[in-house]
Design a protein. Structure first.
Length: 191
């Protein structure tokens, strides 16, 4: 809502609610950090890139959000830069969360529920198209927000956004490739 509708941290989350967008941001930041900490503790096969991502997300969420929410309005340039960067980060978080949830659902269904080749093919096909669409939408949204606020970013922020988007897109491309290979492997076996 902050990114798409130019809302403020102090606006109500629901109509006539005492819960603000800032309250929900802190709650979601806590959940995100808890999820990453849980995965760092219990996942024994966490790859170095995911380890760096999780540690970075914990630091970013715990440090950046309070800074963005408490930055005084008198420092307009820093405030605009912070809000523009927050818009990009919120865009990444909003568009990445459904993909992470979908990957866990696919992983669970693959191991427990789906037993037939046709069912697995449908599962991988759905996962592939969902991942491809979300990746395309994420890249489009980040390009839109980046172009909209590019003049406000410092050189370091612009470089960070560009590098992070390349990393995110390449990671999602690997996920798409894995899902596509899962989709096409039963076809190769039957040929």
């Amino acid at each position: 809502m902050l990114a798409l509708f130019d809302s403020r941290w102090t606006d109500s989350y629901f109509r006539n609610s005492s819960i603000t967008l800032g309250d929900m941001a802190f709650l979601s930041a806590s959940f995100t950090s808890a999820f990453h900490i849980f995965e760092l503790i219990f996942d024994e096969q966490l790859k170095p890139l995911l380890l760096a991502h999780h540690l970075g997300a914990i630091v970013l969420v715990q440090a950046f959000l309070p800074t963005a929410a408490s930055l005084p309005a008198t420092r307009v340039i820093e405030l605009n830069r912070t809000i523009a960067m927050a818009n990009i980060c919120l865009c990444w978080a909003t568009l990445d969360a459904p993909l992470v949830i979908a990957s866990y659902v696919i992983w669970i269904l693959q191991r427990t529920w789906v037993r037939s080749d046709t069912g697995l093919r449908k599962l991988y096909s759905s996962g592939f198209y969902f991942t491809a669409f979300s990746t395309f939408f994420e890249v489009s949204a980040v390009i839109y927000f980046g172009a909209r606020h590019w003049s406000q970013f410092s050189a370091l922020q612009a470089l960070t956004i560009s590098c992070m988007q390349v990393l995110f897109t390449s990671a999602k491309t690997k996920v798409c490739n894995h899902l596509w290979m899962g989709y096409t492997s039963p076809l190769k076996k039957s040929s």
